[in-house]
Structure formats: structure tokens, C-alpha cells
Design a protein around this ligand. Structure first.
Ligand SMILES: C[S@@+](CC[C@H](N)C(=O)[O-])C[C@H]1O[C@@H](n2cnc3c(N)ncnc32)[C@H](O)[C@@H]1O
Length: 294
């Protein structure tokens, strides 16, 4: 009896950072917490990553996705063992485990998907890294940390889900220490993308906007960041979504035992729309690396 009263009162506590929600946060949470999305991403990417890969001939989606993590880490210098890293929209925590294992970093994974956080906990424990990786349920639009808490903020293909991208960048600026670094990737729209052509692209993930390289450049400069590296790789976005679409079509019969047919069919159309938009020159993607003023 006593136990049930305690759990009832705990359930009423609103987690830090979950107040003042934007509708896009609810959309992203519901999407990534669905059984369909979890089974699809875990099986197509191999369970570590859910982001665009760096393709070379012969590389699988899993291998190319690992390359993106390696490349981003190399830009950082590489990170020191005592670096405190915050991964925003951390998915299954593949990047966090890489940084913890290869460099000894302490990584906080902030992510609003419980189902992904559970998988992240299991994988981190199975790989003996749970003491280095802190998994927090929350939104990057309201980061539940003190000012100047981190040496590095890391994010891969997650900011696209925000309806308040400037707020996300302000939060990044707040939690980074002076001189701290931000490295991230994001699927974006190209600079000369016409208005009103991206709705089919938004539809796959129920997005309401995409950022652009100039958006991030201008806003980060206004927040006092210096650009360290800007590696524009739109062809990798095209290759990646094409590869994911091909893999899906090849393994459709197998996937359909775990993922609903409606989800898979919608995904095939959605991926084709991303490839077509990339072919039309409407999309951008790359690795962006900034340093906060000292
Ligand atoms: C495409 S996945 C990328 C996952 C991970 N970064 C990776 O590269 O494997 C997008 C991630 O962003 C997370 N996400 C979306 N909106 C978020 C928000 N407002 N706050 C925190 N995480 C968010 C999702 O839960 C998901 O894990």
C-alpha cells in the first residue's frame, strides 16, 4: 500500500526540462518511442547508430555510420580522457560508447525516447561502459544541466526534429564551458531551396522545418561561436537514404515480422522523397564544428 502511494506521487513529478513543450517534441517522442520505428532503426543500422554515414565503396550502412562518428571525433582533436561530453538526441548511444571506449570521455546522453534510452542502457552495460555513460530522458530544447557543465556538445541528425532550433543553440551555448566545442551533423535544406517544395521531405518524420548551413552559421556566430570546420557533404545524405531504401526493399519480407507493413510502405515512399529532393539539390548535410568564446 505504502509502495503504491510512493510511486503515484513520483509519477506526478514533472521531469526537469519537460515543461513548456513545443509540439515538435511530442511528435519526435511519439515517433521514436513507437515499436515500429525502434525495430526498423535497430535492424537497418545495426543497433548502434541512426544517422547518415560516410560511404566509401563496399561499406555497409553500419560501417559507414561508424565512420561519421570517427570523423567527428577526429575533428575534436581528439577529445581528452577527462572531457565531459553531452550528446543531444543520443539515440542508441553508439557515439557515446565510441567516445567513452576510445578516449575515456564521460558522456551524458540526453534523449527524449525511452525505448532508445533502454536499449542504450543495455548496450552500454553489455560493453562494460555504464560507469562512463549517463543516460537522461529529456529534451535538448531545455537541457537539465547547469551553465558551463560540458567541454564538448555533440549531436548527430537530431536538431532537425526541433521546431525551435535557435532555442537549442542557445541551450548549447549555455551548457558549454568557455572555449568548449560543439560538433554536430544535421540534415538541412540547401541555401537556394525554393519555398514549399519540402513538404514530402517533412512528411517522413512529421517535421515542420529544416535548418540550413547559413542558419547555423549566423546564429552560432551571433552567440559568440567561432567556426572551426564546416564539411559540406550533401552527396552522403543522398547515398545514405538511397542505401537505406535499398536495404529496406531487399529485407522487406524479413522486416515485416517485426515492423508493420504500413510503416515500411510509408518509409519506402518517404526515403524516395528524400533521395529525389537530394537529386534536385534541395537538401544539405555535413559536419559542423564550432568553438564557444573563451
Ligand atoms: C535520427 S535519430 C539520431 C540518433 C543519434 N544521434 C544517432 O546518431 O544515432 C534522432 C534522435 O533525436 C532524438 N530527439 C528528437 N528530438 C529531441 C529532443 N527535443 N530532445 C532530445 N532528443 C531528441 C530522438 O529521440 C532520436 O534519438
Amino acid at each position: 500500500m505504502k509502495k503504491s502511494r510512493i510511486s503515484l506521487s513520483m509519477s506526478r513529478i514533472r521531469p526537469i526540462g519537460m515543461s513548456d513543450r513545443n509540439p515538435a517534441e511530442n511528435v519526435a517522442e511519439e515517433y521514436y518511442d513507437s515499436r515500429d520505428a525502434d525495430a526498423f532503426y535497430a535492424r537497418i543500422w545495426g543497433g548502434e547508430d541512426i544517422h547518415i554515414g560516410l560511404y566509401e565503396p563496399g561499406l555497409s550502412i553500419y560501417q559507414a555510420s561508424r565512420k561519421t562518428v570517427e570523423k567527428m571525433a577526429a575533428l575534436l582533436g581528439p577529445p581528452h580522457g577527462d572531457s565531459k561530453v553531452l550528446d543531444l538526441g543520443a539515440g542508441y548511444g553508439g557515439a557515446a560508447r565510441f567516445l567513452a571506449r576510445e578516449y575515456g570521455c564521460e558522456v551524458t546522453c540526453l534523449n527524449l525516447s525511452d525505448i532508445q534510452n533502454q536499449r542504450n542502457r543495455q548496450l552500454s552495460k553489455a560493453q562494460g561502459l555504464e560507469h562512463k555513460i549517463h543516460i537522461v530522458h529529456g529534451s535538448f530544447e531545455s537541457i537539465p544541466d547547469e551553465n558551463a557543465s560540458y567541454d564538448i556538445v555533440w549531436s548527430q541528425d537530431a536538431f532537425l526534429h526541433s521546431g525551435r532550433k535557435l532555442k537549442v543553440l542557445q541551450e548549447v551555448a549555455r551548457v558549454l564551458k568557455p572555449g568548449g566545442e560543439l560538433v554536430f551533423t544535421d540534415p538541412m535544406q540547401s541555401e537556394d531551396c525554393p519555398a514549399d517544395v519540402l513538404q514530402p521531405v517533412y512528411d517522413r518524420l512529421q517535421l515542420d522545418s529544416l535548418g540550413s548551413i547559413s542558419f547555423y552559421r549566423q546564429q552560432l556566430s551571433a552567440l559568440g561561436f567561432t567556426e572551426r570546420n564546416l564539411i559540406s557533404l550533401p552527396h552522403q545524405l543522398r547515398t545514405h537514404y538511397f542505401q537505406v531504401g535499398e536495404r529496406l526493399k531487399q529485407s522487406y519480407r524479413d522486416l515485416v515480422s517485426d515492423v508493420s507493413q504500413a510503416y515500411l510502405d510509408k518509409m519506402i515512399v518517404g526515403l524516395d522523397n528524400w533521395v529525389s529532393a537530394a537529386d534536385a539539390g534541395y537538401l544539405a548535410w555535413g559536419i559542423l564544428h564550432y568553438q564557444k568564446a573563451l
